[in-house]
Design a protein around this ligand. Structure first.
Ligand code: FE2
Length: 136
């Protein structure tokens, strides 16, 4: 399924729009917490610290995590079936080619797609109300 067809399938939120707010923040210090590799083979050099995960009992459940991109990390295109909210905490987070620095609060609406990378590394706080659909 190509991206356009996938988006048409989830056109039940026609009013939904992406939002990006630039909050005034500098790099956030993190406590000493452990990260594990996230979806190896799909996400390259991406590590996760799960905050909560309701997908284990419910395939349409929500989740939230701190996600660390090592320098050069890349995540291929996926489709949002629900909302996703990302707050950049450290470094430089690039979504669909746009650079986001600490304080960038990104709300992705249902039916939108994105790919992500970081050239120099970053940490984000991410929350999704429904799991995404991988497109590539
Ligand atoms: Fe996403």
């Amino acid at each position: 399924m190509d991206t356009l067809k996938a988006m048409e399938r989830f056109s039940d939120h026609p009013e939904a729009k992406d939002k990006i707010l630039k909050l005034v923040m500098s790099n956030v210090e993190l406590p000493d917490i452990e990260f594990e590799q996230m979806e190896p083979g799909l996400r390259n050099n991406v590590f996760i610290h799960i905050l909560f995960d309701n997908k284990k009992d419910n395939p349409t459940g929500s989740d939230a995590a701190l996600i660390k991109y090592l320098p050069g990390a890349f995540v291929p295109l996926h489709l949002h079936r629900g909302y996703e909210m990302v707050l950049v905490l450290q470094g430089e987070y690039i979504e669909n080619g746009e650079i986001n620095t600490p304080g960038s609060l990104i709300i992705r609406a249902p039916g939108t797609t994105h790919s992500m990378r970081s050239n120099t590394g970053c940490v984000i706080l991410a929350m999704r109300d429904i799991p995404v659909k991988q497109l590539t």
